[in-house]
Design a protein around this ligand. Structure first.
Ligand code: 5GP
Ligand code: ZN
Length: 113
């Protein structure tokens, strides 16, 4: 499949891996917006949050559990962090493979732009 993140999962495009299991893959964002900026993605191709169904959405709960583990591993669990999903054009989604940003390591502003 001609999808950037599918290619990262299968190793066709290199990435700086943080975590992997049978369902998800996590790696450092190439253009970090915070001291910790990790992307967590399902191994199955889901194009966006709009494509979630009762059949494929269980992976989202797993991604949040993995995010908490990675946050602890990278030392940001105690101070806190943000998990972000951008959906569609207005949401700022640039890669059409569902992904969650794990951001931390500094005080984050709210609301986002
Ligand atoms: P979006 O804007 O779709 O929510 O997030 C896409 C993210 O993917 C961006 O933060 C961008 O920096 C990151 N990204 C795009 N291409 C690559 C890549 O080839 N490798 C890595 N590690 N991150 C990428
Ligand atoms: Zn994909």
């Amino acid at each position: 499949m001609d999808c950037l993140f599918c290619k990262i999962i299968n190793g066709e495009i290199p990435s700086n891996k943080v975590y992997e299991d049978e369902k998800v893959y996590a790696f450092h964002d190439i253009s970090p917006a915070a001291p910790v900026h990790v992307l967590i993605i399902p191994k199955v191709h889901i194009s966006s949050a709009n494509a979630l169904t009762e059949e494929n959405a269980a992976v989202v709960g797993h991604i949040f559990v993995v995010a908490a583990k990675i946050a602890a591993q990278l030392g940001i669990a105690e101070n806190g962090y943000r998990i972000v999903n951008n959906c569609g054009e207005d949401g700022g989604q640039t890669v059409p493979h569902l992904h969650f940003h794990l951001l931390g390591g500094r005080s984050l502003q709210w609301p986002p732009g």
